[in-house]
Design a protein around this ligand. Structure first.
Ligand SMILES: Nc1ncnc2c1ncn2[C@@H]1O[C@H](COP(=O)(O)OP(=O)(O)OP(=O)(O)O)[C@@H](O)[C@H]1O
Length: 220
């Protein structure tokens, strides 16, 4: 269970959101919606430990986040707007590097097949198209053993087939007991009972609560 209670995040002198709360059980995705600038990336970065929280707290399995780097590396898989691939390494080498770092080394072939990039294994990352680069970053993510996936606009550059592959990969992660927080402007194709929508646009600066749970359900 990932929980946020009374969260307030500030960028510069701008309060992005205040009093934001949610409770996300394993097996579910929290889908962040809202217009540009409403705070989706800010919330994801705060969960990833990359931005300080001005007020409130985050908790995992009942324990408040401490910001410990080893814990974050082990439990949180963060995909930002940029793919962060090493351009001189091949697709396979990029994925293998990540898999060695995060502990799932036997999943490389399966991850490449799941994202439809098995034919690109020997291609240096600097020669990938935009969508191929994104698919490589997503395959790398599949090799992370962490339960918490943070995906900031994961579909950027993806064609329709790749979006379906991403949806399948996300569903598998949820089936394994993982959970996902993702910002997106498009429908990811997740089953309705697997996702909870949090619209930051309605609540930025005023407090935000997942729209299909009542307050008492969130905190009971
Ligand atoms: N370093 C910064 N200093 C000051 N304000 C910032 C900084 N970074 C972001 N902001 C502001 O914080 C607010 C939230 O930005 P954020 O990137 O979280 O929005 P978003 O919902 O992810 O937007 P988008 O849909 O465009 O990706 C915006 O108003 C933005 O201008």
């Amino acid at each position: 269970m990932l929980e946020a209670n009374g969260l307030c995040c500030v960028r510069g002198d701008f309060t992005v959101f205040t009093d934001l709360g949610f409770s996300l059980p394993r097996g579910k995705a929290l889908v962040l919606r809202g217009p540009n600038g409403s705070g989706k990336s800010t919330l994801i970065k705060a969960i990833a430990g990359l931005l300080p929280v001005r007020a409130g707290f985050l908790a995992w399995e009942g324990e408040a986040f401490t910001g410990d780097g080893d814990w974050i590396a082990e439990n949180i898989c963060y995909l930002a707007h940029k793919n962060a691939l090493k351009p001189e390494l091949t697709v396979r080498e990029n994925i293998a590097f990540w898999a060695r770092l995060h502990g799932v080394e036997d999943g490389i072939d399966g991850a490449m097949a799941a994202l439809g990039i098995d034919h690109l294994g020997d291609q240096p990352a600097r020669y990938l198209s935009s969508g191929q680069g994104r698919r490589t970053a997503l395959a790398r993510m599949v090799c992370h053993r962490g339960a918490i996936w943070l995906l900031d606009e994961p579909t950027v550059g993806l064609d329709q087939d790749s979006v379906q592959r991403l949806s399948a990969v996300m569903t598998s992660h949820l089936d394994r007991g993982g959970l996902i927080v993702t910002a997106t402007h498009i429908d990811l194709g997740l089953a309705r009972d697997r996702s909870i929508v949090l619209d930051l646009g309605q609540f930025s600066g005023k407090g935000a609560v997942a729209d299909d749970w009542s307050l008492s359900e969130v905190w009971s």
